[in-house]
Ligand binder design. Structure first.
Ligand code: FE
Ligand code: FE
Ligand code: ZN
Length: 285
């Protein structure tokens, strides 16, 4: 079939810098990775080391790493009922947008936020406003909104909510979506028995051209659980076959895949990457 190589990797710690992450990704059999831009609970980010970034870019060019995915701290809530929480989200987002320019043209994923008792349309307007204030004019980063499990008052459990946020953003061409398989499953989308139907619905509401990254996770829960509990690939309610079908789906070719599965050590990721690569290569023959 002559398909391109699978782009796959996992979430890595950013504590040792960019070059260390790229080396780690390669050592695990991956060719991409995800990382938090700062402590996942928020707070100040470490200064970016220009020597590290230069070495990282050289290493990526030599080793075929083209795509990386930054993840915003998950405590960021641009649609909180509290103004000080919204303000903190905007300050963090703006700072992250500046930092992302040291790795130009990459992807930045964020959870849309939790409405915390506010009406949905208020929350959506606040998220849109935050993006319009924080995305850099002439910037090169594509911002991805992650599909959520619909836990509590989370925004983004339904595709139409993500579409509504994107519709209000000025920088339309730099907005995309990251689909998390555990989250969409727990939000109620049947990616096990009706993957084609789910992708058609995604295409109708958001547009498949906006799908720029996939978080590949199994789920500890049955469909529509709205709990957001990741499981290792093949050990949960989604199962290996359905996740392999996602990696192999003709409409999802070229999209990078990122594992965020619970592991005791990084070797667990290496095993999952190898298994998924094998499923991809077998389907290519
Ligand atoms: Fe996430
Ligand atoms: Fe995720
Ligand atoms: Zn999750």
């Amino acid at each position: 079939m002559g398909r391109d190589d699978l782009t796959i990797g996992c979430h890595l710690s950013s504590s040792k810098g960019y070059l260390a992450m790229a080396q780690q990704a390669l050592a695990l059999g991956g060719n991409t990775f995800q990382f938090f831009t700062r402590n996942p609970r928020g707070g100040r980010a470490k200064d970016i080391d220009p020597v590290d970034v230069t070495a990282f870019h050289e290493f990526c060019a030599e080793n075929g790493i083209e795509r990386i995915l930054a993840h915003a701290p998950y405590t960021l809530n641009p649609c909180s009922a509290k103004e000080e929480t919204r303000e903190f989200a905007r300050i963090t987002l703006a700072d992250d947008m500046m930092r992302m320019e040291s790795t130009p043209g990459q992807l930045y994923n964020m959870h849309p936020g939790s409405a915390t008792g506010q009406p949905l349309d208020t929350a959506i307007a606040q998220i849109t406003d935050a993006l319009n204030q924080c995305m850099l004019k002439g910037g090169s980063t594509t911002v991805l909104l992650e599909t959520m499990a619909g836990k509590g008052s989370e925004v983004g459990g339904g595709f139409e909510e993500l579409a509504a946020i994107i519709a209000g953003v000025n920088e339309q061409e730099r907005m995309g979506v990251c689909l998390d398989t555990c989250h969409v499953w727990e939000a109620g989308y049947d990616i096990v028995d009706d993957l084609d139907g789910v992708l058609e619905e995604f295409d109708r509401t958001i547009g498949l051209d906006r799908l720029r990254a996939i978080h590949l996770n199994d789920s500890k829960n049955p469909r529509s659980a709205h709990k957001d509990r990741h499981e290792r690939i093949g050990e949960g309610h989604i199962g290996f076959a359905a996740l392999a079908a996602i990696v192999n789906h003709p409409k999802l070719q070229g999209i990078p895949f990122f594992l965020e599965t619970p592991q005791e050590d990084l070797q667990g990721y290496a095993e999952e990457i190898a298994r998924l690569r094998e499923a991809y290569e077998n389907a290519s023959e």
